[in-house]
Ligand binder design. Structure first.
Ligand SMILES: [Zn+2]
Length: 445
């Protein structure tokens, strides 16, 4: 009897879980945006007033003529419909905790905290993030399953670093490491892994790929928020970097490295790395090399020091050096026409995360508003697509075109005329749609 009852009880639990409403999302078989002007993510000019039909999770049709469809109507009133924004350098698990809390807190709490932040990220209009380090696989799954509202996540999993490198958050009291001995806390939770030989790198890279990493992230040089690595150091050797590149290449994807200096960038490129994260201290020769080889630059508009407020004096000094390099890296990227992606790299600060859109708007220091918006949509989509066969969301992102995945924002105003509209997403993004589902609609009566 009890043997018969058990499956029934289990089945009812599964059914009730299946009926659990995805946070705030409204599933509609079809949605028709009427009278919108389209910023398609590729061209700075808006379309004439148009109608856009979304069915299931794709943009099915758009037309200046009326579209007849059995669909939920959203009257755009001549407002601008644009692709959802993409942040090419994000850390979904590391935005809200402090550095210490990220390591010592209960992982259940850490995941729920990251879930809350993921919902905020989506509500800022960022419908996709490329996660450049942190244990985000569970969060990604919960979002994809509709349990938590959040952006699409292209996860790297744990950052792979060397002993003392950027991302090694151990204490001096953790040394010396016993080879083959216990893992440190940061390694157990999958935040970052220490690897000191090509063989160790290969293991750690493969472990991230096994968990579903869409790309692999290594730190090729020193960093700001890392007590033991000066900015000028190069960390991995070329054979170590190449071990990760081979593992990723065998898996159909690529390696990105954290690198500020010419040496760390050039060594990464020699090893087959396809994307450089940051690059703020690069020189002319390195910029020319990146352009020649078609290497991506995923960099960030670091302009103020408030990001370093929680850091010690030595790290603040490093931050100043990077901020000084920000004008240089964008000047070189433009001069040599390097493929450049936009990201924010927000760490350990909810307040800074709320400025995610403002950081994109700050790109007008170097680019036109249209150029900045194109970078944060179709260009960033091209970079996330570099994950090839490991792309967790095959389909076109970052554009409004027929057949593309329906990640859309309806903006109350024209962001190409006034990019600062994206600084206040709560007010100015009237509709937020991801994967054809409406997560916000202020026009609903
Ligand atoms: Zn980062």
């Amino acid at each position: 009897m009890s043997g018969l009852r058990k499956p029934v009880v289990l089945a009812s639990i599964v059914m009730s879980l299946a009926a659990w409403p995805p946070a705030q999302a409204q599933q509609s078989p079809a949605v028709l945006f009427q009278n919108v002007r389209i910023f398609d993510g590729k061209n700075g000019a808006l379309s004439p007033p148009s109608n856009v039909l979304v069915r299931n999770n794709r943009t099915e049709r758009f037309s200046a003529a009326a579209i007849a469809a059995d669909a939920q109507m959203i009257n755009g009133g001549g407002r601008v419909l644009m692709p959802g924004l993409i942040d090419a350098h994000w850390h979904a698990m590391l935005v809200r905790p402090t550095p210490a809390a990220a390591l010592v807190d209960d992982v259940g709490y850490t995941n729920l905290l990251a879930g809350a932040e993921a919902t905020s990220t989506l509500m800022r209009g960022f419908t996709t993030v490329r996660d450049m380090g942190g244990p985000a696989f569970g969060l990604k799954r919960a979002i994809d399953d509709g349990l938590v509202a959040g952006p699409r996540i292209y996860p790297s999993g744990a950052v792979i670093t060397i002993t003392g490198g950027h991302g090694d958050f151990r204490h001096l009291s953790d040394l010396p490491r016993t080879i083959g001995g216990m893992l440190s806390r940061m390694e157990k939770i999958g935040a970052s892994m220490v690897a000191d030989s090509p063989d160790e790198v290969r293991v750690r890279a493969r472990e991230q790929l096994m968990q579903g990493a869409s790309q692999v992230k290594l730190t090729a040089g020193g960093g700001v928020a890392s007590p033991f690595s000066p900015l000028d150091v190069s960390t991995f050797t070329e054979p170590e970097l190449r071990a990760a590149v081979e593992a990723a290449d065998n898996w159909g994807t690529y390696v990105a490295t954290h690198a500020y200096t010419p040496v760390s960038i050039q060594r990464s490129i020699a090893a087959g790395v396809r994307c450089i994260e940051h690059g703020h201290l690069m020189d002319e020769a390195t910029a020319r090399l990146m352009a020649e080889k078609g290497i991506w630059l995923s960099t960030q508009p670091f302009l103020d020091l408030s990001a370093a407020s929680g850091l010690g004096p030595a790290e603040q000094a490093k931050m100043r050096q990077v901020v000084t390099g920000t004008d240089t890296v964008y000047a070189l990227a433009k001069k040599y026409r390097i493929k450049t992606a936009f990201g924010t790299d927000v760490l350990f600060s909810r307040a800074l995360a709320e400025r995610q859109g403002a950081m994109l708007a700050s790109m007008t220091r170097w680019y036109t508003p249209a150029e900045a918006l194109i970078m944060a949509t179709s260009t960033n989509a091209e970079l996330v697509g570099l994950s090839g066969k490991r792309n967790p969301y095959p389909g076109k992102l970052g554009v409004v075109e027929e057949g593309a995945l329906a990640d859309l924002l309806l903006v109350d105003g024209n962001p190409i005329d006034n990019i600062r509209l994206i600084e206040d997403p709560a007010k100015n993004f009237l509709v937020i749609m991801k994967d054809g589902k409406i997560y916000k609609n202020l026009l609903q009566r």
